[in-house]
Design a protein around this ligand. Structure first.
Ligand code: WT7
Length: 650
């Protein structure tokens, strides 16, 4: 989507006033270049450590990195207590807004107390440092409290997005070996309560090892109750002492696991640790958004169930003593101006969101943002997929009033924090490009053999030096960690899975995934995962899934299925059933946009499905090269089916 414009496009220089008082200036690149480790060491000094490190980086056993070796700290203390101790207890940490319009304000002092109580509650439930705690929650303050309570006692949290199914939850609980689940009766989405507890009950029939379920009351929906296992959050947490002394943990102590889709059906548990992770999320949050803790109101409009929420709703902002907005619901509820109303109400000055949302706002029209006072905004951010220049310009003009830099931040669940992004007080912005590796980050574009490419060329994105917030492994599977990320070009080169172009100025343009991973509304979904879900349905013999470009969601999921003999005539109803089946199996975000029933799938002589051709069909393009197909009449068969294809929208 971002191949247009290149270096000929318009430039937007950093606003003078912003540049003059920016947290970081142009010299930051030279400093980092001169001594990368000293640069990260200085970033780490922004945190409070109880014991100094002996070594900044241990890379003696690549790709297994250790950062700030020997250093000790407590992540929750860094996010909470130290700000209270420094006299900022009354500063608002979160302005929380529920979808129905109810609100809660939590100061740093109040949040610290809540986290201490929750930490004491987890200890009472027998949770120890290193134990895993699953969190399956709506966007309410207790979600953040639960995460920080885990961090405080050294337990490893594993947040599962509330939109995922019971199956997805069960497999993650099993893989992580969680002993406690924190959930809620439900949350509000699109104007109605949406239940969560039934999915937990269902998941726990299929997994062992969970001793307790801690349930927050949010929607007051009826819940099934398993005596002895289920406990109300308010019964257990509210009566705890608000005092808890944070213990220090090793810099490499595990902080959390976050599952993400890969190229096989089994999601990968990405493991992040403490010192390096907090160093880079805090530093990037401060530099990329030019965060000023005393005056900014910061809003990452994303779900805390994704890495964006972990790094830029919870850990980065709190480590920097930011005042943040958290919103529970969807942008169109109860009306399409809801986000703008929130920006006006809380005087939000920094907004961070995904291109898919911007394109949705574009569709709804510029009159909606024009109806609100958005003059408090000063920096805008984008994340999750390439932002097409048109959406960038619309965002800049209609939300940013033409005055706010838009920073397009490229990173991944695996990288933990920003890796390629402009800096708002430094960079001349090019709409649609993530532009520059962050200071201290070595990102390169290489060809298939791993040779570095010069300017004006297209290839694969790699990271050629370790970084503090990098994933440390895939939970329980070191081999898969090495295979997935560090085998294509050797053990010291991280293969990101994205295509990238360097323009004539050396600026980086991201071109989307090069593997079988789709990006739907900024969420990663594996084609294989959707295919396995489809073939698990009794009516389906074979399935192939591709991501077809979609004007709003970036990519849309298009499935081609071959039915089993007995199901041949089931038609439209069956297609609907299959879409619902995938949605229930994986989660609504994985629901195919379109399912086409076909007689055969195009395969190479070695039996590999030619997704490229299916993508051509799904995007209504002329077919590309079919010479490696076993039987090119297959494609004609598929194309013939198209006008009368069993497809559906919505
Ligand atoms: C994949 C990572 C980073 C948090 C949200 C997604 C794509 C992400 C950008 C961007 C172009 C982007 C990449 C990447 N991506 N940000 N600014 N420009 N592409 O995290 O689920 O781990 O997905 O999202 O393809 O590999 P994720």
């Amino acid at each position: 989507m971002s191949e247009s414009n290149g270096s000929e496009g318009r430039r937007f220089p950093a606003p003078q006033e912003l540049a003059a008082s920016a947290n970081v200036g142009p010299d930051v690149y030279e400093r980092a270049e001169a001594d990368r480790l000293a640069f990260w060491e200085e970033a780490a000094r922004r945190l409070t450590w109880t014991q100094d490190w002996d070594q900044v980086l241990d890379w003696s056993n690549p790709p297994f990195a250790k950062w700030f070796v020997g250093g000790k700290l407590n992540v929750a203390y860094n996010c909470l207590d130290r700000h209270v101790e420094a006299g900022h207890g009354d500063q608002v940490a979160y302005h929380w807004e529920g979808e129905p319009g109810d609100t809660r304000t939590l100061t740093y002092a109040q949040l610290t107390e809540e986290v201490c109580k929750a930490a004491n509650a987890l200890i009472e439930l027998g949770v120890q440092a290193g134990d895993r705690v699953a969190i399956y929650m709506p966007m309410i303050p207790e979600t953040i409290v639960a995460m920080l309570a885990c961090a405080r006692i050294g337990a490893v949290h594993m947040v599962v997005f509330g939109g995922f199914s019971a199956d997805a939850l069960a497999s993650r609980i099993t893989d992580a070996g969680a002993v406690v689940v924190v959930t809620a009766d439900g949350g509000y989405r699109r104007g109605a309560p949406s239940a969560l507890k039934p999915a937990v009950d269902d998941a726990l029939t299929r997994t062992e090892g969970v001793r307790n379920v801690l349930v927050v009351k949010r929607t007051e929906q009826d819940v099934e109750w398993t005596e002895g296992r289920d406990l109300w959050w308010h019964d257990v947490v509210d009566r705890q002492s608000p005092q808890h002394t944070a213990e220090s943990f090793d810099a490499e102590h595990p902080l959390y696991i976050m599952y993400t889709s890969g190229t096989t059906a089994k999601p990968k548990g990405i493991l992040h640790t403490s010192g390096g992770y907090l160093t880079q999320v805090a530093y990037t949050h401060w530099a990329t958004f030019d965060l000023k803790p005393d005056s900014d109101v910061y809003w990452t409009a994303a779900d805390v169930g994704w890495v964006t929420g972990h790094s830029y709703i919870v850990y980065g902002p709190l480590a920097n003593r930011a005042t943040s907005v958290v919103y529970e619901g969807t942008p169109e509820t109860p009306h399409r101006g809801r986000w703008f109303e929130l920006i006006e109400k809380y005087r939000v000055s920094i907004l961070y969101t995904a291109p898919t949302v911007i394109r949705t706002f574009m569709k709804w029209g510029e009159d909606i943002p024009a109806g609100f006072d958005l003059t408090s905004l000063r920096v805008l951010g984008s994340v999750g997929e390439p932002i097409n220049p048109e959406a960038w310009l619309w965002y800049h003009q209609n939300i940013g009033g033409g005055r706010c830099p838009v920073v397009d931040t490229w990173w991944q669940t695996e990288t933990g924090a920003h890796m390629i992004t402009p800096l708002p007080g430094v960079t001349d912005l090019k709409p649609g490009s993530a532009q520059t590796p962050f200071p201290g980050i070595s990102a390169k574009v290489v060809d298939d053999e791993g040779n570095e490419l010069g300017d004006d060329s297209t290839g694969l994105l790699v990271l050629t030096a370790p970084w503090p917030s990098m994933l440390r492994t895939i939970w329980g599977d070191d081999d898969r960690y090495v295979d997935t990320y560090w085998s294509r070009f050797g053990k010291e080169v991280y293969f990101a899975g994205d295509g990238a172009k360097k323009d004539a100025d050396g600026d980086v343009w991201l071109l989307g995934r090069v593997d079988d991973v789709m990006n739907v509304s900024g969420h990663r979904i594996s084609t294989t995962e959707v295919e396995s879900s489809l073939v698990a349905h009794p009516a389906v013999a074979e399935a192939a899934v591709v991501g077809a470009s979609d004007p709003t969601t970036g990519q849309g999921i298009v499935a081609f299925v071959i039915l089993r003999g007995s199901a041949q005539d089931s038609g439209e109803d069956l297609v609907q059933q299959l879409r619902t089946h995938v949605s229930k199996d994986i989660g609504p975000i994985a629901k195919p946009r379109q399912i086409m029933v076909v007689q055969e799938l195009p395969k190479t002589r070695s039996g590999k499905i030619m997704r490229r051709l299916l993508r051509d069909v799904a995007e209504n393009r002329e077919l590309g090269d079919v010479t490696t197909l076993t039987d090119d009449s297959v494609m004609n068969l598929i194309k013939e089916k198209l006008p009368a294809s069993s497809s559906s929208e919505g």
